[in-house]
Design a protein around this ligand. Structure first.
Ligand code: ACO
Length: 325
């Protein structure tokens, strides 16, 4: 019998501190930079984001989201035989946030590793987990996106600091006789490293370069819309489906204009678009599973719906996963 993978539970966690555009604007103005709630809402669709307190790490957010996903799936930590965490803001240089999380969950032995593909991280991680389940290496995986982007923001840069937030989203992905995941499509093009990066590193006990997010927003914007359309079409073709089969589009939650532009190119009505960017900001690898869990818990997404998940981010990386929920 053919082996597939299927999402059996979702979870998410937002740190309690909610920061509105008004607060972000007041802080930027106090630092001598002009901005306003109106500018942020009009250009990005973002109204608020959550920031983690000092001392809270990506593994802490991941643990809360993972426990919720396991509860929804009726799974216990001991049932999990693979942990993948997508993050660009790990707790430490090493070991991986996945290993730190594994210890917090009290399970030892199963493989655990991080995936670093910035905002495409969750789509990359889900694809890797799907492959490991299909080959029989794993049967019940925890796939998580967890980020604390507030640690790498330059709060003197109005062009980036207002865009990002912290949070985590998780799914339990299980072996199944029926799909589940219908098709996946991943890409990267390293020549675009410079348009979105955190150009810092550690060496000899010092931080070299600037460990703060730098972005050419317009270049990212243009690339994002094109590759998101291509990835969606390639994934549909692999699954022998069409746009009409998509019940919900869950793109990376970076900017409402990019998301609406993608839906339009795919000729999808705006009510098929899951939007959480207004309340979460861009939470990088966490944005897709956070949006998925929010829509599942609100009753929008139901069992059997066909979902198109799409990621795009630094690298440049991009990809899509089409699945029956
Ligand atoms: N408040 C007020 N003015 C601002 C702000 C702000 N917060 N930020 C920028 N501006 C100014 C600019 O300085 C510029 O002023 P100028 O004309 O005097 O030079 C003006 O507003 C217009 O700037 P643009 O960059 O043209 O504005 P745009 O409409 O392109 O919006 C934005 C900028 C929101 C960054 C947009 O380009 C965007 O969303 N890009 C994609 C970002 C993205 O998706 N990033 C995440 C990728 S995922 C990952 O891997 C992390």
């Amino acid at each position: 019998m053919k082996r597939y993978s299927r999402i059996t539970g979702t979870g998410s966690f937002l740190p309690p501190r909610r920061v509105t555009n008004a607060e972000m604007a007041a802080d930027l103005v106090a630092r001598g930079h002009e901005t306003s709630d109106q500018w942020i809402v009009e250009r990005t669709g973002i109204r608020a984001r959550h920031f983690a307190d000092v001392g809270v790490n990506a593994s802490d957010l991941a643990e809360r989201a993972a426990r919720q996903a396991m509860e929804a799936a009726g799974a216990k930590p001991q049932d999990i035989d693979l942990i993948i965490v997508a993050t660009s803001t790990p707790d430490m240089v090493f070991p991986s946030t996945a290993c730190i999380l594994q210890n917090k969950l009290g399970i030892a032995g199963c493989p655990a590793f991080d995936v670093q593909a910035v905002c495409s991280g969750f789509v990359y991680a889900l694809t890797v987990a799907d492959s490991l389940i299909k080959t029989g290496t794993a049967s019940k995986a925890l796939v998580i996106g967890s980020e604390i982007f507030s640690r790498i923001l330059d709060f003197n840069d109005r062009t980036t600091s207002v865009l990002f937030g912290d949070g985590a989203g998780a799914v339990v992905l299980e072996a199944s006789d029926t799909p589940g995941i219908l098709a996946t499509d991943l890409h990267a093009d390293g020549k675009h490293v410079g348009i979105l990066c955190v150009p810092g590193s550690v060496s000899g006990g010092k931080v070299l370069g600037e460990p703060l997010l730098r972005m050419d927003g317009q270049a990212v914007f243009k690339l994002a819309i094109g590759v998101l359309e291509d990835a969606a079409r390639a994934t549909l073709a692999k699954a022998e489906k069409t746009e009409a089969d998509i019940d919900w589009l869950i793109p990376h939650q970076a900017n409402i204009r990019i998301m609406q532009g993608t839906a339009k190119k795919l000729k999808l009505s705006m009510d098929k678009l899951i939007v959480t960017v207004d309340q979460h900001g861009n939470t990088s690898a966490a944005s897709i599973p956070l949006a998925l869990d929010t829509a599942v818990r609100s009753g929008k997404i139901k069992k059997g719906d066909t979902l198109m998940l799409e990621g795009v981010g630094g690298g440049f990386t991009w990809g899509a996963v089409l699945l029956d929920f």
